[in-house]
Write a protein that binds this ligand. Structure first.
Ligand code: PLP
Length: 354
């Protein structure tokens, strides 16, 4: 605590991101990054964008990228908001749509940034326990006072709700904003974008950090009714008019037009995920079925913490959450990374047996 801190700084409890080790030869399966490089077309566009124009500010309205996203999603550009990573979009959405005296709801086990934003903006919240199978309790998410936010698929469990379940949450919170965080939707869940045309209170957030392998350029976006998008614009323009830099804009636009490359890497990750799931099941792990680029697993032959620490010594990073002590989250890496991972886990488990 410093005497110079404002009361806002004093009450914050910042988010702790997964480790980003400096060494290059580690196997990094801890922050759900994409193991494949970004689209070569995106890299080329970004290299091309490093030119004299960088002396000028970027577009404050991001019109060109909004058009590309709108075309891809079959919506209008006025239904798209673009931000510096979906974390920024989420932070703006908390400020734009939730109130300090009206409790919002989110699942008890979910993306741990939500309580951080809620505390920062003084928004009270109620957490809804997951069902026994780790899925989101639809009934529990209904009739909120201040609004609802949940990832679909949920993180770190990897389980998605179907569109009927999502729609029933929306219908039963008709006067509140429902934020559906679709950071991982591309890996196998159904998007709720069509529901944004039917319900003006639904906001979808997306990111290029996972399925488009562009975590390093920080690009996220939201889709919703024009009134919700205008709400986000008003917050953004009271904070920083130029949140997206020119290089990111060029890379994001090119990446979102390169669907052939995107489909190839996506399919590869899904295939590797299913292979890893099977291998871990052979090693008697409990593996929750995943519709994301990660697996949520419970080892049975070793504690989660011990496995996490032993793998870290071998320079393989996975995610251990202190509050979910029996479980681990493993991001899906390349085929080679996952073979090495499975071999190491096998060796660790075998060495306990003897
Ligand atoms: C559920 C969820 N939402 C949002 C994000 C943030 O993504 P971005 O890189 O776009 O800020 C993450 C990142 O891990 C996430 O897991």
């Amino acid at each position: 605590m410093s005497k110079f801190w404002s009361s806002t700084v004093r009450k914050t409890k910042p988010y702790v991101p997964g480790e980003q080790p400096n060494e290059t030869n580690v196997i990094k399966l801890n922050t759900n990054e994409n193991p494949y490089p970004p689209s070569p077309k995106a890299l080329e566009a970004m290299q091309f964008a490093v030119n004299d124009d960088l002396r000028k500010y970027p577009s404050p309205t991001v019109d060109s990228l909004r058009k590309v996203i709108a075309k891809r999603e079959d919506i209008e550009p006025e239904n798209v908001f673009v931000g510096n990573g979906s974390d920024e979009v989420l932070a703006f959405a908390f400020q734009a749509f939730f109130e300090p005296n009206e409790a919002i709801k989110f699942p008890e086990i979910t993306y741990s940034f939500y309580p951080v934003y809620a505390k920062l903006y003084d928004i009270p919240y109620q957490t809804v326990p997951l069902k026994d199978d780790f899925s989101i309790d639809v009934e529990g998410m209904c009739e909120s006072i201040g609004g609802v936010i949940f990832p679909n698929p949920n993180a770190p469990t990897g389980i998605a709700l179907n569109l009927n379940e999502v729609e029933s949450i929306i219908k039963r919170n008709p006067n509140q904003v429902i934020i559906i965080d679709e950071a991982y939707v591309d890996f196998g869940a159904d998007t709720a974008v069509p529901l944004t045309k039917k319900y003006p209170n639904v906001l979808i957030t997306r990111t290029l950090s996972k399925s488009h392998a562009l975590a390093g350029i920080r690009l996220g976006y939201a889709i919703g009714s024009s009134e919700l998008i205008e709400g986000l614009e008003r917050i953004k323009n009271s904070f920083n008019s130029y949140t997206i830099n020119r290089i990111t804009l060029a890379g994001a636009e090119a990446a979102m037009k390169d669907d052939i490359y995107y489909d190839q890497t996506l399919n590869q990750i899904i295939e590797t995920r299913e292979w890893t799931k099977q291998e871990l099941e052979h090693l008697e792990f409990e593996v929750i079925p995943s519709q994301t680029n990660f697996l949520f697993v419970k080892p049975t032959k070793i504690t989660a913490k011990e496995l996490y620490e032993t793998l870290k010594q071998q320079e393989i990073y996975i995610r251990f959450f202190e509050n979910l002590e029996d479980y681990l989250r493993i991001s899906i890496g390349s085929e080679d990374d996952m073979k090495t991972f499975v071999n190491e886990v096998t060796n660790i488990i075998n060495s306990i047996k003897v």
